[in-house]
Design a protein around this ligand. Structure first.
Ligand code: AMP
Ligand code: ZN
Ligand code: FE
Ligand code: FE
Length: 284
């Protein structure tokens, strides 16, 4: 069984539509794929309707959170959420707030760029991006305008927290997010906790605290983790009784990573499904 539990579609900052993504997942030889767009479930129905025979769909999301950094200061953390009830009213309200933050922050970043004379039409970027707008949408616009050669250059030169145009957004406190996902019947899993290229790192002792509040697992095998990082996460998970996942974090053409680049063990997948009570896995 080949299981990839972290992918993005055009519902957030991937470049494949949800239908195209599940077809690509089947072609890549996957047996299970999770759709985990940032702060939205809007791709779920299209992915489910297009599911090829033999492929299973885990409906999920990647939530934008704020945790405690190794230095004690707040740090951006991504929390994967699997198989939760997408109609849970408290959770729905928080996700709407998060998407509002996304749109106003991309508007603020794009406006700063335009004021500086960069050829960015922020209204057009937002129309194209939709409600889960993110920095990769600005990055693509910068590439298309010829400002930078690649999406990843846009990040290093302009969009990173150290860059000139960065505007922060108010994400969900990680502790609250774990409780919200759990209360909606879902399984929360901390994503790529050692991805140091993205900036400062989460304090690992916060993961211990979250384990007592309902955290289900941690992502260990991931393109932004070294082998040592993955081992660190696996050792931590073993000590705390957490599920270990592996995934590609596929973003279509926005990143240089193929579907199934890293995968999750079948036993870990079964444990995750057993723990969830929001929605079912869909079989194609
Ligand atoms: P945002 O959600 O707007 O804060 O943008 C963060 C997203 O940008 C991440 O989830 C990644 O998908 C993407 N990203 C972050 N750093 C890079 C990078 N160096 N190159 C390409 N994409 C990146
Ligand atoms: Zn993304
Ligand atoms: Fe992420
Ligand atoms: Fe992701």
């Amino acid at each position: 069984m080949r299981i990839d539990l972290h992918t993005h579609s055009t519902a957030s900052d991937g470049t494949d539509g949800p239908a195209r993504l599940v077809r690509a997942a089947a072609r890549a030889g996957l047996d299970v794929v999770a759709l985990t767009d940032h702060d939205t479930t809007s791709g779920w129905d299209e992915a489910a309707a297009a599911l090829p025979p033999g492929l299973r769909l885990v409906r999920g999301m990647e939530m934008s959170c704020t945790g405690r950094g190794e230095d004690g200061a707040p740090v951006a953390v991504h929390l994967l959420a699997y198989l939760f009830d997408p109609q849970d009213p408290v959770f729905v309200a928080e996700l709407e707030r998060l998407r509002g933050e996304r749109v106003s922050r991309i508007r603020a970043m794009g406006t700063r760029m335009a004021e500086d004379g960069l050829p960015i039409d922020v209204d057009a970027v937002l129309v194209q991006a939709g409600p889960a707008a993110g920095r990769p949408h600005l990055a693509r616009a910068l590439v298309e305008a010829g400002v930078v050669p690649t999406v990843s250059d846009a990040f290093t030169e302009l969009l990173s927290p150290r860059g000139r145009y960065y505007v922060p957004k108010a994400d969900t406190p990680l502790v609250d997010a774990v409780k919200l996902v759990t209360a909606a019947g879902g399984v929360p899993v901390v994503a790529h906790a050692r991805a140091r290229a993205r900036g400062r790192l989460l304090a690992l002792d916060q993961i211990e605290e979250l384990a007592e509040l309902g955290l289900g697992g941690v992502e260990a095998d991931h393109p932004d983790h070294s082998e040592e990082d993955a081992r660190t996460m696996k050792d931590l998970a073993r000590g705390l009784g957490l599920i270990v996942t592996g995934s590609s974090d596929y973003h279509g053409d926005n990143k240089d990573v193929m579907l199934g680049r890293f995968t999750t063990a079948p036993e870990a997948y079964e444990a995750l499904v057993d723990r969830a009570s929001g929605v079912e896995v869909i079989a194609g």
